[in-house]
Design a protein. Sequence first.
Length: 271
Amino acid sequence: MKISSDGIKFLNDVDVVPNNIYVHHTKIEERLPIHVHTKHQLSYVEGGVAFLNTPTNSYFLPARHFVWVPAGMQHNVELRSPVVMVRNLYFPSDLFPKNHKLRKMGIYPVTNLVMEMIMYTEQWKGGFNEKDIEVYEFLLALRNVLMAVSRVPLPVVLPTTKNESLLLVLRYIHENIEAPLKLNDLAKRFGMSSRSLSRLFRQHIDTSFLQYVKLTRVIKSMEMLLETNMSISEIAYACGYSNVAAFSNVFMQMAKRRPADFRKENIKISH
């Protein structure tokens, strides 16, 4: 993947000064390759649909949530629709206790206070440390708030793989999510036994065929809940459910809230 000189400079600048807290906001998020930082990263996407990709998983980023990427984790952020702004903050890893949950990857709701503090950083760009007293103290205060309010991460993760045979199956599932998807039918379509296909899922993404389909349908429904005016029932049918109750129950199981509540809590700022 070709990256602009600005993209390369930004990736390098984040880690140049180890004790800097680095601030980077952009209206156009360049599609960066999978990369890694020595600092923890907070990314908040205003509007639109985004995913955090790692070599093994894809994490859906709903509106009004931020993603926390721990230092040393390979990742990139993929935007699936136009966005208003991508806000990134990078914190030196030693600013967080070794046993704190923000030492691990997570997607967390953005409280009103966190939202206001992130927005306030819009006036800054680049790295800041103890010499920049006012800015640095504010960013440390934001760190303290994040540590206090980041309690329960969003539990929706879509595993991925580099296995070419399984990738074809996964792509078919994504492109036909509204259709009945059965293990036997897909195994036959891709020229293998049901047992072999089931084994591929277990070996390469450590989940079952049924669980993967459920996750894909819930994530697709999350996109529709945030990006369309479709009714809950229309979204249920578009994601392969024959009735709203079944859809709502699976959504509740995966996202720990009902579809209507998820839409209400995460309605885009621009609406």
